[in-house]
Design a binder for this molecule. Structure first.
Ligand SMILES: [Mg+2]
Length: 170
């Protein structure tokens, strides 16, 4: 485990300018409900959405990188004000580097919250690697901090509260 003690956690959280998020298993519970015409339905947690709005309002950035396409998620994230959305992106690192470049940020200013193996390249790179209570063991192993909540059940909000609290923005 790469878990940090609370003082090191706060120290790193103070420098975070952008929180990168995975969708499936982080912003959602990881379940896909498949309709008769192949359409996918996912659940979203309203408290997470409010946290994203709070973070953006505080002047920080939120970026979302997902391996799967989802037009409805893109619409919801846009509605929340998220400007950096990379969907259908199996290799997350190039998207991460492109967004960092656009925002002129370095790894020390970035956090990533992920729940599975595709998140590892980012979790191993950023200053603050965050995960959810029901993540895959490899993601838990790479995490500096793990939410008490499962994906899609307020884990993102808890991570945002941690960052905003550390920066005195809550
Ligand atoms: Mg995931």
């Amino acid at each position: 485990m790469a878990l940090l003690d609370s003082s090191e956690l706060v120290w790193r959280a103070r420098d975070i300018r952008c929180l990168f998020l995975d969708i499936d298993g982080v912003l959602t519970d990881g379940k896909l409900y498949l309709g008769p015409n192949g359409e996918e339905t996912k659940t979203n947690y309203v408290r997470d959405g409010l946290g994203i709005k709070m973070m953006l309002k505080a002047g920080l950035h939120v970026a979302v990188i997902s391996g799967r396409p989802s037009e409805t998620m893109r619409q919801r994230l846009s509605w929340l004000g998220v400007q950096h959305i990379a969907l259908d992106t199996e290799d997350k690192l190039p998207a991460y580097l492109r967004i960092c470049d656009e925002l002129r940020l370095n790894d020390q200013q970035c956090a990533h919250m992920g729940d599975d193996v595709p998140d590892l390249p980012l979790m191993q790179r950023v200053s603050l690697a965050l995960s959810v209570a029901d993540a895959h063991p490899k993601a838990l192993n790479a995490a500096h901090w793990v939410s008490r909540y499962n994906g899609g059940h307020g884990a993102v909000r808890e991570a945002i509260d941690l960052i905003l609290d550390a920066q005195g923005l809550a």
